[in-house]
Design a protein around this ligand. Structure first.
Ligand code: KIV
Ligand code: ZN
Length: 498
């Protein structure tokens, strides 16, 4: 068995399914190109039948990317497969990823079917997909809870039907690492034609075991891993690409090799976090803000004497440079451009000039500008062409008095103003906003991200607003937390389908 491990990135499909993380096509192309630069082997670009947006993104990513295989997801349904094949028409290397649930739970409750019928449907789907492409991956959904003996029969049948890769998803994130590894080993040992296909892992993180399960799968014979940047994905997420890549880079004794250029890990992590408005937890392995920060006295002392006492990875190996994050009001355009490019954002001169102006304004209010700030500024530029923009906000508040806010909005070029009082400054500002935009909308979730780098840091607000039975997600960032809250609310409204 070869030691080459194929990296299948599903940030743009499984990762993008996270509520509030949806990207537009231009943003998806930006991520896809960065994934290509990172060296992934396969990019799962979307689920074309699910929406015209997904269909279009698969087309555009196929045109934009050269080396990685572009993969499109389908159910074991003919129409899905036809639409996926159409969306993949421009891909230089293409793969259809089709499949069906194989656990008794899925067979009984999802399909009201039986084991034999599911095998027939699986085989039919693979054969049909092979009519359009040479590379067909089959997924046995909920394989984590599928009986191994039956799973082996499914795998053998789909390989015979022409599957080139067989994905063994732990869809619910239930398996223990030993159990998942044993499942892969069982398939390697009991499927007669296993040498004709590659086994793939696809582990969810519901019990925090996604990476451990993936590694166990590889050590037992899987040679493709399905992963996402920052481990994003539905519920508790998927296996994180950066963890798997760095585990195999660190543990040379496994002899497992990937094509990942690990120095590009940090920039793409920041890019995905910023585009998806999905903060990376500070203690996240490899890419979290604190991943390489030694604060305890004992650690600092050891690190100063010899870095290897407490650091198993050189931060430079994942693209974190020493001079990270110190831009000030005295920094020029070139420094900003360099920092943005380290963070994976390439801009035209015109856009750079616009961001630089905003950067100087922010630097007036805040001494040190960090990477998050810079990405937020770049993000704010992206939303410049939104229909509703905040022109001004004035709030008075204090202890023992009711807060009052006056707000000015620009809606498609027209100016609107309103004032309102509330039981706090955010309440007053949002009431003023609702006076201008009079809709039946309800604030469902409101999260202010902790300010961690000093009282002059940017406050970040994530919001969830319900309108017309739909949930919308918004994000705002400002040194003024009340303004960030109003921006987040406006971001939601700008997404309303009206
Ligand atoms: O988690 C899962 O089972 C999936 C499949 C659709 C591959 O995402
Ligand atoms: Zn999944």
């Amino acid at each position: 068995m070869s030691n080459r491990l194929f990296i299948f990135d599903t940030t743009l499909r499984d990762g993008e399914q996270v509520p509030g993380c949806q990207l537009n096509t231009v943003e998806k192309i930006q991520v896809a190109k960065a994934l290509e630069g990172l060296g992934v082997d396969v990019i799962e670009a979307g689920f074309p039948i699910s929406s015209p947006g997904d269909f279009n993104s698969v087309i555009e990513i196929s045109k934009a990317v050269t080396w990685p295989t572009i993969c499109a997801l389908t159910r074991a349904v003919k129409k899905d497969i036809e639409v996926a094949a159409e969306a993949l028409q421009y891909a230089k290397r293409k793969r259809i990823h089709t499949g069906i649930g194989t656990s008794d739970m899925h067979i009984k409750y999802k399909f009201n079917s039986n084991r034999e019928e599911i095998i027939e449907r699986a085989v039919e789907a693979v054969k049909y997909a092979r009519r359009f492409v040479d590379d067909v991956e089959f997924y046995a959904e909920d394989a984590g809870r599928t009986d191994n003996e039956y799973l082996a029969r499914v795998v053998e049948a789909v390989i015979k039907a022409g599957a080139t890769v067989v994905n063994i998803p732990d869809t619910t994130g239930y398996c223990l690492p030993d159990e998942y590894g044993a499942k892969i080993r069982y398939l390697v040992e009991h499927v007669n034609n296993i040498d004709q296909a590659i086994l793939s892992t696809h582990c969810h993180n519901d019990l925090g075991m996604a990476t451990a399960n993936t590694i166990s799968g590889v050590l037992n014979g899987a040679r493709q891993v399905e992963v996402t940047i920052n481990g994003i994905g539905e519920r508790a997420g998927n296996t994180s690409l950066e963890e798997v890549a760095m585990i195999f880079k660190s543990h040379k004794e496994t002899k497992i090799e990937t094509n990942i250029n690990t120095q590009k890990i940090y920039p793409i992590s920041r890019m995905v976090s910023s585009l998806m408005n999905m903060p990376v937890q500070p203690n996240k392995a490899i890419v979290g803000r604190n991943a390489f920060a030694h604060s305890s006295g004992i650690h600092q002392d050891g690190v100063l004497k010899n870095i290897q006492t407490y650091e198993i990875i050189n931060p430079k190996d994942v693209g974190i440079d020493d001079n990270a994050i110190v831009l000030t009001a005295r920094s020029g355009r070139a420094a900003l451009k360099h920092r943005l490019s380290v963070l994976g954002v390439e801009l035209s001169q015109e856009k750079l000039d616009e961001i630089y102006k905003e950067f100087l304004k922010l630097a007036d209010r805040k001494k040190d500008i960090n990477d998050d700030d810079i990405l937020l500024l770049a993000g704010a530029q992206r939303s410049e062409n939104r229909r509703i923009k905040m022109e001004y906000l004035q709030v008075t508040s204090g202890v023992g008095v009711r807060s009052v806010a006056s707000l000015g909005l620009n809606i498609s070029g027209e100016k609107f103003e309103a004032a309102a009082s509330g039981n706090g400054p955010v309440d007053a500002a949002i009431k003023a906003l609702k006076k201008i935009i009079d809709r039946q909308m309800t604030l469902k979730e409101f999260t202010i991200q902790a300010i961690s780098k000093g009282s002059d840091d940017m406050g970040k607000v994530h919001m969830q607003v319900e309108y017309d039975n739909q949930m919308y997600y918004g994000f705002g960032a400002n040194t003024d937390i009340i303004a960030a809250s109003v921006e987040a609310y406006i971001d939601c409204i700008n997404k309303f389908r009206m």
